[in-house]
Design a binder for this molecule. Structure first.
Ligand code: ITT
Length: 183
């Protein structure tokens, strides 16, 4: 099987993806770089462009992942802007925006995009519903300390089995089903 690169600036994403995919028999290597992120309301369009940019840089089969946290009360914000919002207002800012409401429903979306040359990109999308916590928990990374997946009472930061049901695991499962079948 040819080498497959996971292209990302985020090592946490890679570590989880590597662990999840190894259970499906797929091995990945990290190619650490910052990819071009176009401004768009569509995660799919962003993911597609990231995958083409990644292939241009690596010149080997690549996957990238684009995630978004969509908060109902904020009309889906930060969604496609999740990375920028995390780096600016962060979890504190999100909690502040939801200070006066009980409406805390949200979903975490992950898109895996595969490219092996040209403009041909395969997309695999999955999401998980949940809620935004009222206080920031300790541990985890990114939005882990504030996202409580449906059916759980703790955030991603304090769940030992995040991989079992995370947005990342669900989209990687779809990808690996396709990828293993293709090879
Ligand atoms: P890339 O270089 O791969 O683009 P990134 O960190 O910019 O890395 P995204 O744009 O896909 O990644 O992610 C959007 C934001 O959501 C970013 O701040 C991530 O840290 C965060 N995020 C994604 N998945 C997460 C998870 O499982 N737990 C916590 N935060 C997560």
């Amino acid at each position: 099987m040819s080498e497959l690169y996971f292209v990302s600036s985020n090592e946490h994403k890679f570590e989880e993806a590597e662990r999840i995919l190894s259970n499906f028999g797929v091995n990945i290597n990290l190619f650490k770089t910052t990819l071009e992120e176009i401004q768009s309301n569509s995660l799919s369009k962003i993911a597609e462009r990231k995958a083409i940019d990644a292939y241009t840089k690596v010149q080997k089969p690549v996957i990238i992942e684009d995630d978004g946290l969509f908060i109902d009360y904020l009309e889906g914000f930060p969604g496609p802007y999740s990375s920028y919002v995390y780096d600016t207002i962060g979890n504190k800012g999100i909690i502040h925006l939801l200070e006066n409401t009980e409406l805390r429903d949200a979903k975490f979306v992950a898109i895996i995009a595969y490219c092996n040359g040209g403009n041909d990109v395969q997309l695999f999308e999955a999401s998980i519903s949940g809620k935004i916590a009222s206080v920031i928990e300790k541990g985890g990374w990114g939005y882990d300390p504030i996202f409580i997946p449906q059916g759980e009472s703790k955030t991603y930061a304090n769940l030992s089995d995040k991989d079992k049901f995370s947005h990342r695991a669900a989209s990687l499962k779809k990808f690996s089903d396709w990828f293993m079948h293709k090879h």
